[in-house]
Ligand binder design. Structure first.
Ligand SMILES: Nc1ncnc2c1ncn2[C@@H]1O[C@H](COP(=O)(O)OP(=O)(O)OP(=O)(O)O)[C@@H](O)[C@H]1O
Ligand SMILES: [Mg+2]
Length: 188
């Protein structure tokens, strides 16, 4: 259904990612490719909310060179219910968790990016969600493209205007704890 809707909206489906709750698609958008993240009323309740929030935060990030561009965000009503989708720039690269060791320089870059987003009032970046039982890390929200880290999934991120200061500070602390995890497990 999701693929059909995207096709009706004028995108050609290239393939689907099998990661993430929404399993985004790589789509053709005229002259190149892009990533489509789509959720509908039949998906888990939080999904549409997350696509909407992802698009909202991507819009705030417009102009940052470490965040993919948002090309489109749309909410549509169909016979099968309501859908929300976003189209964002495709990143050519590898997930930071699929790289065994990354340079100190890259980690310093990531640290600066997190600081920049916090200063813009954006936190809760889901850099790493670690299972208490197994120690396995689940979040995969940093892609390394041409040696530079990119942050692209803001579905569960928060903006300062929506939270009390203590709540925002807690989100920031969590980001730093997750960054430490990356630092400790990925440092060259
Ligand atoms: N712009 C992009 N460029 C390249 N790959 C991408 C891009 N956006 C998403 N992906 C791939 O799709 C996967 C899932 O994307 P994303 O994290 O946005 O979905 P999600 O449903 O929000 O996942 P979750 O909420 O579980 O983190 C990513 O792990 C990544 O492999
Ligand atoms: Mg993700």
């Amino acid at each position: 259904m999701h693929a059909t809707i995207l096709e009706k909206e004028g995108y050609s489906i290239k393939y689907q990612f099998h990661a993430g709750a929404t399993k985004p698609y790589v789509v053709g958008n005229g002259n190149g490719i892009a990533v489509a993240k789509i959720a509908g009323t039949n998906d888990p309740a939080s999904s549409i909310v997350q696509v909407r929030q992802d698009a909202r935060i991507l819009r705030y990030c417009d102009g940052l060179d470490f965040v993919p561009k948002l090309y489109q965000f749309k909410e549509i009503e169909t016979d099968c219910g309501k859908y929300a989708y976003l189209i964002r720039e495709h990143l050519e690269g590898k997930d930071i968790y699929d790289i065994n060791y990354v340079s100190a320089g890259l980690l310093r870059q990531l640290e600066l990016q997190i600081r920049t987003l916090h200063e813009m009032g954006i936190a809760g970046l889901d850099l790493a969600i670690i299972s208490v039982e197994t120690g396995i890390c689940f979040a995969h929200n940093v892609i390394v493209q041409a040696g530079t880290p990119f942050l692209y999934d803001f579905g569960r991120s928060k903006h300062l205007v929506d939270l009390k200061k203590e709540e925002f500070d807690r989100e920031k602390d969590e980001d730093w704890a997750e960054f430490s995890y990356i630092l400790n497990t990925r440092k060259d």
